[in-house]
Design a protein around this ligand. Structure first.
Ligand SMILES: Nc1ncnc2c1ncn2[C@@H]1O[C@H](COP(=O)(O)OP(=O)(O)O)[C@@H](O)[C@H]1O
Ligand SMILES: Nc1ccn([C@@H]2O[C@H](COP(=O)(O)O)[C@@H](O)[C@H]2O)c(=O)n1
Ligand SMILES: [Mg+2]
Length: 467
């Protein structure tokens, strides 16, 4: 193939290879189409309910859990935000109002908010002001969908519909005298209330409601925490349990050869930048390169090794390992070429082959240009393509490698983001290859583009986008 022809192909393929090559709909015999709707693919958040008497330490326990889950997306929703607004008449006689009765809360609104969050929609909720006894409508608090939703409040286990939303129920169990002492301190300092009013409210409403409505819900708890925030062992165990439940993406449970690198704030920060449509080309390249380097390093960790002992300058023996020597990279033109530098930086002198996949004409046939090391069948292959979308270009590339004699188990597919559809297509067809990715996406849109995605990776990285 002449260089002009290759250039033309690269030019033509840049428009096609955005989130995985796909064919026109009439030619779909070999191609698996996405079948699930976006809604179905949204990962269900882990909902934790935290109940207990007033001033038992619920908020403190929630803060400690959120703190320890520092690299996860967690949001806190307080039942207080759903207090009914008082009528002007009720406001004038606020001391006669029972804030501890289930009817004081707008549970329908709470359910509506939780339903939206569970389905991946952001919500705006009011912030309750204990001084004015009002829900401040402006500014509302924007709550984004997250991996973990913590729902906290005295009567959060009262309504069975709210209880049913929860994956874990925690009851903070603190002695009544401790609760009262804390309440007096809190309400005098933070709410400017006088002790007589606090004690009056306590005996008239708070204590009876605790006995009638809150304590009876303790039986629904999965975990009862005595001493609230002081109970570090209980909080550690809870955090460990949540981590285990969230640790793996559901797809990793289905496909043991799919590896999603452990997320950190740094990694999410880099993803945030490269996904932002406003990010400059310079920054896009910089942060994409950092992420690519992480994926490549992680991928190399999956290669076989041999044990090796060395003598250190102190004359001691260090028992280590030797890198796998017979390696090569294969980039899928054009986006995959963006990953070559990171691979070269990690593996001195590595050979890197190329594959170009292009749709030719309307008949769905694909022309594949390849330049691969001759002895590729004897090597472990790191296949490079930043986006796994429909999985169809990956299937083409992997099929070619297999035709060249590369054992399926010697192929490691490295990418930055993977759509579940692509993962299903590749892993079902090639159960022995390994995929290493840094984030799993929500899915594909009607145009087979990865969402939320990051747009045309090749165009953004190589500067061939419009602006
Ligand atoms: N373990 C604790 N030791 C001392 N004070 C605490 C402890 N836990 C909570 N508090 C204090 O008690 C008050 C009520 O705690 P908070 O966590 O807000 O409880 P809740 O959300 O159940 O009302 C707050 O002023 C808080 O600072
Ligand atoms: N205007 C209000 C609203 C609520 N309360 C009291 O708050 C308690 C619940 O909040 P916690 O943080 O303690 O769970 C509850 O006992 C209400 O009596 C209030 O005093 N004034
Ligand atoms: Mg509270």
């Amino acid at each position: 193939m002449g260089s002009k022809a290759v250039e033309d192909l690269i030019q033509a393929s840049s428009g096609v290879h955005y989130s995985g090559f796909h064919l026109e709909e009439p030619h779909t015999s070999e191609i698996e189409q996405p079948t699930t709707s976006i809604d179905e693919r949204v990962k269900q958040p882990f909902v934790i309910g935290v109940a207990g008497g007033a001033a038992s330490g619920k908020a403190t326990v929630c803060d400690l859990i959120i703190d320890q889950l520092h690299d996860r997306r967690v949001v806190l929703v307080n039942q207080d935000s759903f207090y009914h607004n008082l009528t002007p008449e009720e406001l004038t006689k606020v001391h006669e109002y029972n804030f501890d009765h289930p009817d004081a809360f707008d549970t329908e609104q709470l359910l509506c908010v939780m339903e939206k969050l569970k389905h991946g929609q952001a919500v705006d909720i009011p912030k309750y002001d204990f001084k004015s006894n009002k829900n401040d409508v402006f500014p509302l608090r924007r709550v984004n969908p997250s991996d973990v939703i913590i729902l906290e409040g005295i009567l959060i286990f009262h309504d069975p519909r709210v209880r049913d939303l929860m994956s874990m129920k925690i009851f903070v169990d603190t002695d009544a005298d401790v609760r009262l002492a804390r309440r007096i301190r809190r309400d005098t300092v933070e709410k400017n209330r006088d002790i007589a009013t606090i004690l009056d409210q306590y005996s008239k409403f708070v204590k009876p409601a605790f006995d009638d409505f809150i304590l009876p819900t303790k039986k629904y708890a999965d975990i009862i925490i005595p001493r609230g925030g002081d109970n570090h062992v209980a909080i550690d165990l809870i955090v460990q349990h949540i981590r285990t439940k969230l640790g793996q993406h559901d797809l990793c449970k289905i496909y043991p050869n799919l590896y999603v690198i452990q997320s950190t704030f740094q990694i999410r920060g880099m993803h945030t930048l490269i996904r932002d449509a406003q990010t400059t080309k310079h920054d896009f390249i910089f942060y994409a390169d950092r992420l690519i380097r992480l994926v490549v390093e992680h991928g190399l960790g999956h290669l076989p090794f041999t044990e090796k002992q060395v003598i250190t300058p102190t004359g001691s023996v260090y028992s280590g390992v030797d890198f796998c020597k017979r390696l090569c990279g294969v980039s899928v033109i054009r986006s995959g070429e963006s990953m070559e530098n990171a691979l070269r930086a990690c593996c001195k002198g590595i050979k890197i082959g190329k594959i170009l996949i292009h749709r030719e004409g309307d008949n769905g046939q694909q022309l594949i240009y390849e330049k691969l090391p001759e002895d590729i069948a004897q090597r472990h292959v790191l296949l490079l393509d930043p986006i796994l979308g429909t999985g169809n270009s990956a299937v083409q590339a992997i099929s070619l490698l297999l035709k060249k004699g590369v054992p399926e188990s010697n192929i490691l597919f490295l990418n930055l983001i993977s759509a579940p559809q692509g993962v299903h297509v590749v892993c079902k067809r090639f159960p022995r290859i390994k995929i290493v990715t840094s984030e799993i996406e929500i899915g594909l849109n009607d145009e087979y583009r990865v969402i939320p995605g990051m747009g045309e990776f090749g165009d953004r990285y190589f500067g061939t986008d419009d602006d």
